[in-house]
Design a protein around this ligand. Structure first.
Ligand code: FAD
Length: 407
């Protein structure tokens, strides 16, 4: 058992921390207040990340998600620590990006250069107005007509939706009733969007999306793309799947297996937000004097610092333990990543609340990053699976067959 990052991981953590502090700490508070990034701003962010190797072309995604998944945990935690709005921009673009090299030749010709230049913005469109947690009830349909699927339906709460070039859209195949995912390119088959407003992740666009007779090439359906990869070792090489993830894919449904990594990442990103709020609180507790003493000398302040610190330490251990389970392809990956997401998100809510309390009136000012941490922390318990659903997945993993809460 080793609780330390390797030397390479430490070097990576230091370089991404340094990069985020230089590029985004000076602008995050001001920019966040102005609302969703434009597409140009989002591409500018992606290009900056590309310079440190955090990008969505196949070579970079392999390094981020497959060669050492701890690197993905570090990226999540460090982004959370500085500006949580960066997370969905990057994370939700990654899903269609991973499938782009497996798409039809025409789609590849359009998308691969964008991926190489870090000009690719994507989204993952699954949630619908009447199908949130219960994704089995989606109404969006895909009808095969010749060599294209025709997609019809509405999606909601989709990160990056208004600025995405490509959407990976969940839809039920009309001939089988089975759900699959389809790459829909906006330039080829335009879809409409409408901006949604929310309390946190303010710089990240969130959208309603309307697909009306949108076309997706037959080859751009998920099982066709996966089938192509599994029958061609060269294409398989392009997928950022660690040996552990390959093992998970053999044990559970592809969606269940693939979601383990982003859920562990959400847990660690939440811990990043909490860490930023905690660091600010420690500094303030030493500096702020009341009753002739720094407030850090008061036992009730120390108790808050204790509570915050233990939540952060536990959430971080759980997050990296989940990543370790994914890396090993252990069945425990699903339970641990669900727990890491709930625990991290709820820890971030509690820690940012206490951080504001320690700062007194200053904590409630909108001049301080604390209010951004507090709003962003509150976002972490819903997207990518609500806390309740994560708890039910954990319950099922503990109790076993016959105990699914949905059945
Ligand atoms: C900022 C943001 C970004 C998002 N980004 C994306 C995205 O990029 N792509 C995408 O597809 N979706 C995205 N989502 C949607 C997100 O995944 C859903 O909001 C989430 O799955 C919950 O669905 P819902 O909001 O419809 O809540 P509902 O499903 O209506 O749930 C309402 C409440 O009931 C609880 N609940 C539901 N079923 C059960 C049950 N069986 N047992 C106990 N409690 C239950 C829920 O936990 C919740 O507390 C995003 C959401 C937000 C807020």
């Amino acid at each position: 058992m080793d609780f330390e990052f390797t030397e390479d991981e430490k070097m990576f953590r230091d370089s991404i921390r340094d990069f985020l502090e230089k590029e985004f700490v000076p602008i995050a508070d001001e920019r966040d207040k102005k609302g969703p990034m434009t597409k140009e701003e989002a591409i500018d962010v992606m290009k900056k990340f590309k310079k440190i190797g955090v990008a969505l072309d196949p070579e970079s995604t392999k390094a981020l998600f497959a060669e050492d998944p701890v690197i993905f945990g570090i990226v999540s935690e460090e982004m959370g620590r500085v500006w949580a709005s960066l997370l969905p921009l990057f994370g939700m673009s990654a899903l269609p990006a991973i499938f782009a090299p497996l798409a039809s030749d025409e789609t590849k010709d359009r998308l691969m250069p964008k991926l190489e230049r870090a000009e690719f913005i994507g989204c993952f469109a699954e949630t619908e107005p009447e199908a949130g947690c219960d994704t089995s009830d989606i109404k969006t349909t895909a009808k095969l007509e010749g060599d294209h699927y025709i997609i019809n339906g509405n999606k909601t709460w989709i990160s990056n939706g208004t600025i995405a070039d490509v959407a990976l859209v969940g839809a039920k195949d009309l001939s089988t009733g089975v759900e699959s995912f389809f790459l829909v390119e906006k330039d080829v088959s335009p879809f409409d969007t409408n901006e949604l407003h929310k309390i946190g992740w303010k710089a990240n666009p969130t959208a309603e999306m309307f697909f009306e007779n949108c076309k997706a090439a037959k080859e751009n359906e998920m099982s066709a793309m996966m089938g192509k990869a599994f029958s061609d070792p060269k294409l398989m090489e392009l997928l950022p799947l660690s040996p552990g993830m390959m093992n998970l894919l053999g044990q559970m449904s592809p969606f269940t297996a693939l979601m383990t990594l982003p859920r562990a990442g959400m847990g660690l990103a939440s811990i990043g937000i909490a860490q930023a709020a905690f660091d600010a609180s420690v500094k303030y507790a030493k500096e702020r004097v009341q009753f002739g003493k720094p407030i850090g000398k008061f036992q009730l302040i120390q108790e808050m610092l204790y509570n915050m610190n233990v939540l952060i330490e536990t959430g971080r251990l759980l997050g990296y333990k989940a990543i370790d389970a994914i890396n090993k392809g252990s069945r425990e990956a699903r339970r641990l990543s669900s727990m890491a997401k709930v625990y991290g998100g709820e820890a971030a809510v509690k820690v940012t609340y206490d951080a504001m309390q320690i700062h007194g009136g200053t904590g409630l000012s909108d001049e301080m990053p604390l209010e951004r941490y507090y709003r962003d922390a509150r976002m972490m318990t819903v997207p990518d699976g609500t806390s309740e659903i994560m708890k039910l997945i954990t319950g099922y993993a503990i109790l076993g067959k016959g105990f699914s809460a949905y059945a």
